[in-house]
Structures are given as C-alpha cells and as structure tokens.
Design a protein around this ligand. Structure first.
Ligand code: HEC
Length: 209
C-alpha cells in the first residue's frame, strides 16, 4: 500500500536564506557560550537571550548588520574584539551579517499552502511514528537540487541535511531524531522540508520516545 502524504507548502523564504537554529546558534555554541553562557551580561544560549541583549542593551538591529553591536564587536570596529582573545573567520562573520540583514528572524515562516505539480513527492517516512531512525522516501520525475531540513511543527529548523540532489526515481534520506549538534530531540511532530528557489515541499512525521 502506498500512502502518499502530499502537503506542499510555499514558505516565504527563498533558497539560500540563513537559518538561525542550524547555522547561527551553532557558532555561538562553539565560540561564545563558554563566556556568554548565562553568568551575567549578554547570554548567547538561545535566540530569545541573544535578542534580549547585554549590558549595553540590544546587540542585534534586525535588518542592519553594520549597526549591530554584535557585528561591531566581531569585526573589531568596536573594541574589545570578540571572541575575547581570538577572532572568527570572515566567512563566519559574513554569515551572521547576512542573517541580520535578512531580518534576524528565528524561524522559517510558513505563509501559504498550495498544491504544486507532481514533479516530485514525499511517499512517506518509514516507520512513522519512529524511534530512533526514519527513512524519508521521495519520488522524483526529474533531477532537482534543493536544501533538505527538519523543522518543528511551528517551523523552527532543528536539523539541516544541507544541499541535496534528488534523482529521477526513488530517493531516500535517513534522519535519526537528533539536531545538528547530536542532541536527541523531544517526542512530537516534526516537518521534513525540501526547498529550492521554486518550491517548498513538506511532510509531517512523528518522533515517539
Ligand atoms: C573568553 C570569554 C569570551 C568569549 C569566548 C566571548 N566573549 Fe563576548 N564578552 C566577554 C566579556 C568579558 C564581555 C564584557 C566586557 C566587554 O564588553 O568587553 C563581552 C562582551 C561582549 C559583547 C558586548 C555586550 C554588551 O552588552 O556590551 C558582545 C556583543 C559580545 N561579547 C559578543 C561575543 C560573541 C558573538 C562571541 C563569540 C563569537 C563572544 N562574545 C565570545 C567575554 C567573551
């Protein structure tokens, strides 16, 4: 029996937009939270704390990276430069700047639902509900490249597969219920999302512990 779950959703994101939880937060976890981990002043453990700011107030000005204190402390235009005692590669600073210039949003926002031509479809994920692994099966009639990721039901990205090529025929991706840092996620519904500049395809899955 072939169960076809076909919820195709257009997301207000274009391909290439920086995602906070899978791309920005990991930088803070690696280079900043040893000092900015909640012992006072600026805390960089989460989006909410980042946006709350530090002793000088807000460190992010959404849409304006050059006016954001966080960027000024990373590029050294305001001293002392961060991370204290070191520096981030330019490419990493550029990624943070891009995220701020794109509006410094936390979550992928789902704005519109629409059925798209059946160029490719998610046949399902097996098993579902799953624990610990599930295989997401996608049939495609054509070669398509896009970004594959997992989000919570409300659209916050939790795992990024990166750029993925779908080939004509049956394709599959395996997800182990962990985020990009290897942390096991809570039980509940998650969305598999595949997107490129033309479309977004999404499929709902249940992780059960
Ligand atoms: C070794 C410890 C250490 C690390 C690592 C570190 N910081 Fe800091 N940071 C500090 C201290 C101490 C202050 C407060 C004193 C000051 O402003 O210089 C500070 C202040 C800041 C401020 C100004 C906050 C305010 O409200 O004035 C920002 C923004 C900042 N850090 C960002 C970062 C970022 C982003 C990283 C990671 C890329 C980072 N820091 C890594 C120690 C650190």
């Amino acid at each position: 029996m072939k169960i076809i779950l076909r919820i195709l959703i257009i997301i207000s994101l274009s391909y290439g937009q920086v995602d906070y939880s899978s791309q920005v937060q990991p930088i803070f976890n690696q280079d900043c939270t040893s000092c900015h981990g909640g012992s006072g002043g600026l805390t960089l453990n989460s989006y909410e704390e980042l946006m709350k700011g530090g002793n000088s107030g807000a460190v992010i000005v959404a849409g304006n990276a050059t006016s954001s204190l966080l960027v000024q402390r990373l590029d050294g235009s305001v001293t002392p430069k961060m991370p204290q005692g070191g520096s981030l590669p330019d490419s990493t600073i550029d990624l943070i700047k891009q995220w701020i210039n794109e509006g410094a949003i936390e979550a992928v926002s789902i704005t519109e639902e629409e059925l798209l031509p059946l160029l490719f479809e998610v046949d399902g994920n097996f098993p579902n509900p799953f624990n610990p692994l599930t295989r997401i099966v996608i049939s495609s009639r054509t070669k398509v490249e896009g970004r594959a990721m997992i989000t919570t039901a409300s659209g916050t990205a939790v795992f990024d597969f990166g750029t993925v090529q779908m080939h004509p025929g049956t394709n599959s991706l395996v997800w182990n219920g962990e985020d990009n840092t290897g942390r096991r996620l809570a039980s509940g519904p998650y969305l598999f999302i595949f997107k490129n500049s033309d479309l977004i395809l999404s499929h709902r899955m249940i992780l059960l512990k």
